[in-house]
Structures are given as structure tokens and as C-alpha cells.
Design a protein around this ligand. Sequence first.
Ligand code: HEM
Length: 363
Amino acid sequence: MSKYPPIYYSDYLQLDTLLGAQKPKSDEYGHKAHEEMLFIIVHQAYELWFKQILHEIDSINGMFRDEVVDEKSIGIAVSRLKRVTEIQKLLIEQLRVLETMTPLDFLEFRDFLIPASGFQSFQFRLIENKLGLSEEKRIQYNNIDYLNTLEASHRELIIQTIKERSLFELVEKWLERTPFLNSQSFNFWQSYKEAVERMLDQDTKIIMENATLTEKKREFQLKNINLNRENFEALFDEQKHNELVKEGRRQLSNRSMLAAIFINLYRDEPILHLPFMLLSYLVEIDERFTEWRYRHALMVHRMIGAKIGTGGSSGHQYLMATVDKHRVFTDLFNLSTYLIPRSELPKLPEELIKELSFHYTKQ
Ligand code: HEM
């Protein structure tokens, strides 16, 4: 016998409330539209999953708020981030179910919804803000501030997230605190810079010695190498980097970028496995949301063509613009620009390799 009172399945899950929450407007207005039930259930399923995603992000942000994030927390955060990506895959797939409804079916009840829209999904906005989509980056449509489309209690919740530090900012600070970059015998910054210069010089040499290239093609390739050089210089020069941040072309601080590069380059060292996975999952979360936005925009195009949305936006056009503009971790994607082949990696000093290993590995 359990020491807890028995509970009935339906009561535990509050199925009366959950299953009593589908109230098609077309029934209410006496114009029964069969597909409205699907429309409601798909949206509700999304909102439930959004709740779960928020549950995970809140817990991760909580761990990263500590001044020192211990290794155990990183492991837990990684597994929760992975969970978020698995949910996102479901969210993308779910659109296919809704797409069994035809545009004509949708027209049967679309007018009953105006001006409600996914644009007012406060949980979706909470996810965006908690991940780190900044207010400056948001696309405005018809000069409408998304906050003004929400009712007061939801607006309050969102305003709170604008004040809090987002996952992006918390990870940035965590990266900035990464030790190892400057030990007494090893200055990663300097060694890496020299390795990059060697790599770019080698690339230039290959282009110069390539007899099959026309002058025009050679010039074009050398120009690209120079662009690469400028990109790298901005990374090595904090002031230049800060200017790019000001212009909105970079988001992460210089020191955190460097730490992220270090983690990516030396991810084979045992202590860096988890930090590397953490950064990879952040990239994946961003990628999956971008994928969802794109799929949703395509579905909307198919469903309403060039009509404006029920929320009053330019519909498909607005949604397509968010696909690229509402990404959060673009700098982590851009890290690949700065990776150099393993053979060119600065060799780490013995004492640092020891620090980056688990104790028992070295005995
Ligand atoms: C027939 C299906 C759907 C249509 C035609 C549709 C249409 C639209 C349109 C036109 C917008 C832009 C705002 C507006 O003017 O209303 C929008 C935004 C949005 N929709 Fe949908 N939608 C559909 C299904 C869904 C589903 C299943 C979800 C899942 C929760 C969803 C979530 C959202 C979200 C979160 C936004 C805000 C996106 C942003 O501002 O970045 N939509 N939708």
C-alpha cells in the first residue's frame, strides 16, 4: 500500500478541464466547421509544449545565474537543452497535421478568430525573450509593438523577461569567466593569432602559385582572403570587435567569443566536452526555431496566400522576415569562420592539458 492517497488517472491529469477546453467558435455561431477542432487542438498542443520548454529554460537560466556554475549543472543543462531540441522537432512535424486542413476549410471559420493570432502567444514571446531575442532586433509590423497586442497580465510577464538576464547573456558571462585562456606560460590569444596568420599566408601562397588561375580569378580569391583577414583582425582587436557589436554585426563580447572558439578548437580535451555540447545545443535550438519559423511561414503562405494575417500583419511576408532576423545565437554559428585545421592548432602546454583532463585519465 502506498502511503499516499490513491488518485484517479483522469483527476491527476485534470482531463475534465483539459478536454473541456475546446470550444469551436463555429459551433457557437451556428456555422459548424469540422476543421476548427483540429485548429484548436493543434494550437493547444503547441502551447502545452511551449510550457514544457519554458520549464526547461527557466531551470537552465536559474543554474547559470550562479556566479560559479558547477560541472554537474552543465551536465544537467545539456540534457535539458537536448530535451528542448527534441520537443522542437515535434513542433516542426506537427505542422503537417494542421496542413491536412485545406485553405478552403480554413476560410469556413477564419473570420470568427479576428483579431486573435499566434502573434499573441505570450508563451512564444516568453521563450524568445528568455532565450535572448533582444527588443532592438525585433521586426515591427505596421508599427505595432508586440506588447500592445497582449492583455495586461501577459504584458507584465513579458516585461519581466525583458528586465531579466536571458540565456544568451548568462552564457556570455559564463564564457567570459572561462579560465585557461591566459595562464602564465601560455597566452592562447597570441598563439592562435600566429596560427591563423600562418594559415592565411599559406592560403595566399597557394593562390599565388596556382598557375591555372586567370588574373581575374586570382584577384577575386585574394580579395576573399583579405576579407577573412579583416574578420580575424576584428576578433583580435577588442575595440574593433566592440564597434561591430555596436553596429549589431556581432552580439557576443570579445572575451566570450574567444572562449567559445577555444572550446570549439580544443573540444577533444575531456573538461571541454560538456561546454562544447552546451554550445552545440544552443546552436541547434536556434536552428530548430529558425526551421519552425520558415515552415510556419510556408504553411501560412499556402493557407492564406498574400492575405494579411488575422493579427493584421502582412502575413507571409512578415513571417519570412523574422526567419533570419529573429535568430539569437548567430555568433555561435559564425564561430566556424574562425576555426583552423587541427594540424595548425597551437600546442597546449603540458600543465594546461593536465588541467583540462579528468584526474584519473592521467594516472
Ligand atoms: C492555419 C494555420 C495558421 C495560420 C494561417 C497562421 C497565420 C499566422 C500569421 C498570418 C501570423 C502573423 C501575425 C498575424 O498577422 O496574424 C502568425 C503568427 C504566429 N503564429 Fe501562426 N498561423 C497558423 C498556425 C499556427 C500554429 C499551429 C501555431 C502554433 C502555436 C502558430 C503560432 C504563431 C506564432 C507564435 C506567431 C508569431 C510569430 C512571430 O511574430 O514571429 N501559428 N500566424
